[in-house]
Design a protein around this ligand. Structure first.
Ligand code: NAD
Length: 292
């Protein structure tokens, strides 16, 4: 039976560390970490995410401010808020909740956030730094996956990792990090996506499978080699006939748990780690950033 990689337990541990370090930062340097969050529109899921992030901050002593704009807010308004936060020394981290309404150029907004306050790690500067191995803010989900490897002492060096999904926020950065010659890296990486032929054949050769796809139970027992480590990033909402819904992953957990050596559940795996990494990044920003 696989070891359960319990993201809730790890995230709790990390929040406690961030709380302690935040307290230390306040008492020794008088700096209170601050995260400002911008939500445009009334997407209910985004609203929940933003409120959860702000609540996480509160619990560890990070100040948080949520600014909400209506769905028809103009791009200039969004950009001027971001610029004001860039110039405000009390704001250490800036998070613009995605997706933005279609009339707003998301990449333009991301590029306007100061790279030194880009705690989501989406700015091209930070993405480029990640790729060439310079210190920078790592995007929270890939950072959360590496943190699971670190804290569970899962060896990646020399292993074959198959990452499924090539998004800019999960798959691509994760593949780059795993390939980098660094702790929780040095793996041989295969990046699979919609253009991949015979996904199962690639997965069967993997020591580590990371699914970041958004397709319920795409990864089944026949994809998994005995003893492989399986990380499920997917968050898919399954609605039952009676209208109730539950969260499920990209991995058919029940079918795979008997073959894998370690596996993350959904919910309670990568999700809480992503949230915890945002706190770590905000604390890092308040301390002067990844290069300090
Ligand atoms: P995305 O939705 O932008 O893209 C999905 C990727 O999967 C694409 O690159 C596509 O090429 C690939 N893909 C789709 N169908 C495929 C198939 N049949 N075979 C192979 N590849 C296929 O990706 P995303 O934003 O990284 O999100 C992926 C999943 O991860 C979603 O379920 C999302 O909700 C979840 N997610 C979870 C967290 C977390 O904290 N747990 C964070 C971010 C995203």
């Amino acid at each position: 039976m696989a070891v359960l990689l319990d993201g809730n337990a790890l995230a709790k541990e990390i929040r406690e560390e961030v709380r302690r370090d935040t307290e230390h930062l306040v008492s020794t340097r008088g700096v209170q970490p601050g995260l400002n969050l911008l939500l445009v529109g009334d997407n209910p899921a985004s609203d929940v995410y933003v409120r959860n992030k702000a609540r996480d901050c509160e619990k560890v002593g990070i100040r948080s401010t949520i600014v909400r704009l209506p769905a028809d807010a103009q791009q200039d308004e969004v950009l001027s808020i971001v610029r004001a936060w860039n110039a405000d020394d009390d704001v250490h981290g800036i998070l613009v909740q995605l997706p933005l309404p279609p009339h707003i150029d998301e990449q333009r907004v991301i590029r306007t956030i100061s790279p030194t306050k880009d705690v989501d790690g989406f700015h091209p500067d930070n993405a480029g730094r990640l790729l060439i191995g310079l210190p920078g803010f790592l995007p929270c989900t890939p950072a959360g996956v590496l943190e699971i490897f670190k804290r569970h002492a899962i060896e990646t060096s020399g292993k074959h990792a198959v990452v499924i999904g090539r998004s800019n926020i999960v798959g691509k950065p994760l593949a780059a990090l795993l390939a980098q010659k660094r702790p929780q890296g040095n793996a041989t990486v295969t990046l699979c996506h919609t253009g991949t032929r015979d996904l199962a054949a690639h997965c069967q050769r993997a020591d580590i499978i990371i699914a970041a796809v958004g397709v319920t139970h795409l990864i089944r027992a026949e994809h998994v080699k005995d003893g492989a480590v399986v990380i499920d990033v997917g968050m898919n909402r399954l609605v039952a006939d009676d209208g109730t819904s539950r969260l499920t992953g990209d991995v058919d957990f029940d079918a795979v748990v008997g073959k894998a050596s370690a596996i993350t559940p959904v919910p309670g795996g990568v999700g809480p780690m992503t949230r915890a990494m945002l706190l770590m990044n905000t604390l890092l920003a308040a301390r002067g950033g990844p290069e300090a």
